[in-house]
Design a protein around this ligand. Structure first.
Ligand code: B4P
Length: 194
């Protein structure tokens, strides 16, 4: 089964590209950010807990995130594969994902990182904040906090999968279609996924 991780800093375009990849390769899309936002909208205990962290630009604790991810994966037994968007975001999350897949005799196919610099990220997220209604999109200091969390806790996940020769990076600048084209080339030529 295919297990692709779409990786990169907040606002690098993971959600945007994942939506296109899902359609082209018929994979199931799991965005932990979207799952948390749905829980928050439904005012569940998990959603209210997640909101405390998300609205401050912090990562939600690992144990909450890992359990939510596991339940979502297990609710989709018949799919061709998965695109994980925004997960794993810490080394313990990566270890938990590997363990979960190992128990099913499966493993991560590849991690693909979208590379974008800080100024472009702030510009994109503030722009999204004009319409998204997300509390973490409107305030530059919270956006900078998210970027700091990424550098401190998340960027190491790239090196974690690099040890297994599974990490790839592509340029996250340019039009959405141009980036999608680079992603598709990598997926088809290097990963041999069709
Ligand atoms: P996420 O929902 O994952 O959101 P994101 O990182 O902001 O966005 P993404 O990279 O998907 O960017 P997008 O395509 O939307 O996380 C939100 C929060 O949830 C986290 O801060 C954390 O608190 C919590 N969370 C989620 N997962 C977690 C986990 N595993 N562990 C702990 N906590 C977790 O693009 C951004 C904007 O740029 C959009 O407006 C888009 O239209 C625009 N854009 C995209 N591509 C563009 C391009 N090529 N050119 C110009 N603009 C572009």
């Amino acid at each position: 089964m295919i297990h692709l991780i779409l990786f990169g800093p907040p606002g690098s375009g993971k959600g945007t590209q994942a939506a296109k990849l899902v359609e082209k390769y018929q994979l199931a899309h799991i965005s932990t950010g979207d799952l948390f936002r749905a829980e928050t909208q439904n005012k569940t205990a998990l959603g209210l807990k997640a909101l405390e962290y998300m609205s401050q630009g912090q990562l939600v604790p690992d144990e909450v995130t890992i359990e939510m991810l596991r339940l979502k994966v297990e609710s989709l037994p018949d799919v061709k594969g998965f695109i994980y968007d925004g997960f794993p975001r810490t080394t313990p999350q990566a270890e938990a994902l590997d363990k979960m897949l190992d128990d099913k005799c499966q493993s991560i196919t590849a991690l693909i990182a979208l590379e974008v610099n800080d100024d472009e990220i702030v510009k994109r997220i503030l722009n999204r904040g004009l319409t998204s209604g997300r509390p973490d999109d409107n305030d530059e200091s919270i956006i900078r906090k998210r970027m700091e969390e990424y550098r401190k806790k998340t960027s190491v996940v790239f090196d974690y999968y690099k040890k297994y020769n599974k990490s790839h990076a592509i340029d996250g600048y340019g039009s959405i279609d141009a980036i999608f084209s680079s992603l598709s080339c990598l997926i088809e030529d290097q990963l041999q996924i069709t």
